[in-house]
Design a protein around this ligand. Structure first.
Ligand SMILES: Nc1nc2c(ncn2[C@@H]2O[C@H](COP(=O)(O)OP(=O)(O)O)[C@@H](O)[C@H]2O)c(=O)[nH]1
Ligand SMILES: [Mg+2]
Length: 318
């Protein structure tokens, strides 16, 4: 389901709601990675600790490349110095991996509106939920937002978006279950242009009859934007569930090869120990990570900030 509880909808009008700290939200990944491993600050790192750390980095889906870099550096430093500050060193290695993918999504001021955000990804990763969160975010920034119910494969998906749109006074362009997704998005583009809408966010299906089918459909939808206006400015936003670990990386490669991705949203970082997958994604794909999802509520979508993310993981757990 959509995941937004009514209570949160009522709270949305308040200015800055109480937010759990990022390190609280990343608790499972954080304690999986470093919990109980290092005593405070300066320490001597022995081989057993290094081996344990290596296992944990792999378990958290950080990927072999970053893991090797971390271990090599810690080994070298601990040879030079009997005592080192492992957390400081970890940040030195980890930050340059994530910094290149910290590229926030900014909606340009356009003469020819709207800016299209095409939201894609397999079933259940959090596309529709993310669309709701994004819509509120842009609305709070003073932008006019419209949604397109492009997941026509499931009747419930259309309804989910419509109900949410009604509750939040955001227009949703929809057709009936089974209608052509590209046509829905084309209609929505026309309506958005006519109504001077700043941002049109389009939902898409995550499951068709098979994977090839899904990719073909996505390519077709992608072309719809060009057909509407060859100069249309858009973002192709891939949503990935962090909890699926290496699978998320496989999905990202597939979607990127088939249609080309301009940004990633990594969801469900609050419920998983596999949050290290963001390092693998950064290492292997170098596609901007626009937002991270750290919960089901509307304000649980945060712009990705590399330094903040690493600091949240490195809070000493001892
Ligand atoms: N804990 C948590 N749950 C999330 C997050 N994002 C989405 N979800 C949940 O994931 C489930 C599937 O989301 P949905 O948006 O319907 O996925 P879709 O099939 O890709 O559209 C819902 O129960 C959401 O509440 C997140 O960042 N954290
Ligand atoms: Mg959906």
């Amino acid at each position: 389901m959509f995941g937004f509880k009514k209570k949160s909808a009522e709270k949305e009008s308040e200015k800055e709601p109480e937010r759990a700290s990022l390190s609280d939200r990343l608790q499972r990944t954080r304690s999986g990675l470093f919990g109980g491993l290092f005593s405070r600050n300066k320490t001597v790192i022995d081989n057993t600790t290094l081996e344990e750390l290596e296992d944990r980095l792999i378990m958290a889906d950080i990927g072999t490349k970053t893991t090797d870099q971390v271990i090599t550096l810690l080994k070298a430093e601990s040879k030079k110095n009997a005592e080192i500050n492992p957390l400081e060193l970890l940040k030195q290695v980890m930050l340059p991996v994530l910094q290149p993918v910290e590229q926030p999504l900014t909606i340009p001021e356009l003469d020819k509106k709207p800016y299209l955000i095409l939201v894609i990804g397999v079933n259940g990763v959090g596309k529709t939920t993310t669309i709701g969160k994004l819509a509120k975010r842009f609305q709070n920034e003073g932008k006019k937002v419209m949604l397109a119910a492009g997941d026509t494969f499931r009747a419930a998906a259309i309804e989910q978006l419509q109900v949410w749109g009604e509750r939040n006074k955001i227009n949703v362009v929809a057709q009936t279950h089974g209608s052509d997704s590209g046509a829905v998005i084309f209609d929505a583009l026309e309506s958005a242009r006519a109504n001077n809408i700043d941002v049109l966010i389009a939902d898409t299906a995550g499951r068709l009859h098979n994977k090839d089918n899904l990719m073909e459909e996505m390519k077709k939808i992608h072309r719809i934007g060009n057909k509407f206006d060859p100069d249309l400015e858009k973002e192709v936003l891939l949503v990935l569930d962090a909890g699926t670990g290496q699978n998320a990386l496989v999905q990202a490669k597939q979607f990127n090869e088939s249609i080309g991705i301009s940004g990633i949203v990594l969801t469900k970082l609050d419920g998983t120990a596999k949050g290290g997958i963001v390092f693998s994604l950064a290492d292997e794909l170098n596609i901007p990570v626009r937002f991270i999802g750290v919960g089901e509520q509307v304000d649980d979508l945060r712009p990705f900030n590399a330094s903040e993310f690493i600091d949240a993981l490195l809070v000493n757990e001892t």
